[in-house]
Write a protein that binds this ligand. Structure first.
Ligand code: FES
Ligand code: FES
Length: 211
């Protein structure tokens, strides 16, 4: 049927519809072109290798000794040390990363061993409070605790001496306040803080070497 509008100058309804059809077709093709030109998606990082079902091997150095065992991924470093490797100096008190009784050195840095998966310590060096005695002779830090009577029940003590040793190793000429800051993650429920301060004061005079 004749469209009277077709004979009029300007944009007729028919030419508009024709034009729309062309535009729609063009638009329909556009995404294909756009997709073809889209930059490649960044590659996703590869998933870590699957572990299990058998408990994987854990090999690490504890207080200078090579030790191996097998632990499930859910086992903490604290439990691996105490229950699998019979290294019992680190104590389980809160078991949730708040008290510091389980503090050990992992590659020289103090960590809450109750909050570290044991398998993260594979191939690394762990030092516990046992490393602060040699054939019954106490190293300077635990010796100062004994001298100044800085423990009662003793449950917090292994964590405190390890953290204090780390603080002196980091800065041998630290002030008492700096050493106390290094112990800010440790709690003594018996409240032997003043005796610990006495121990710290004596150690600061000798740069943590005792004597
Ligand atoms: S037992 Fe680990 S922080 Fe308390
Ligand atoms: S000596 Fe008992 S908690 Fe510190």
């Amino acid at each position: 049927m004749h469209d009277p509008q077709d004979s009029k100058p300007g944009l007729s309804r028919r030419s508009f519809l024709k034009g729309s059809g062309v535009a729609a077709a063009a638009l329909g093709a556009a995404p294909v072109t756009a997709l073809a030109q889209a930059p490649a998606e960044p590659q996703r990082p590869q998933a870590p290798p699957a572990i299990g079902p058998a408990p994987p091997r854990l090999a690490l150095t504890v207080n200078g000794n090579q030790m191996t065992t097998n632990v499930e991924p859910r086992v903490t470093l604290l439990d691996a040390l105490r229950n699998y490797l019979d290294v019992t100096g680190c104590k389980r008190v809160c078991d949730r990363g708040t008290c510091g009784a389980c503090t050990v050195l992992l590659d020289g840095k103090p960590v809450y061993s109750c909050s570290v998966p044991a398998l993260e310590a594979r191939g690394r060096e762990v030092h516990t409070a046992e490393s602060l005695a040699d054939n019954g002779k106490l190293e300077a830090v635990p010796a100062a605790f004994v001298k100044h009577d800085a423990q009662q029940c003793g449950f917090c003590t292994p964590g405190f001496v390890v953290a204090m040793r780390a603080a002196f190793d980091k800065k041998p000429n630290a002030t008492p306040a700096e050493i106390e800051e290094g112990l800010s993650g440790n709690i003594c429920r018996c409240g032997t803080y003043q005796q610990m301060r006495d121990a710290i004061a004596s150690l600061c005079k000798t740069q943590g070497k005792g004597g």
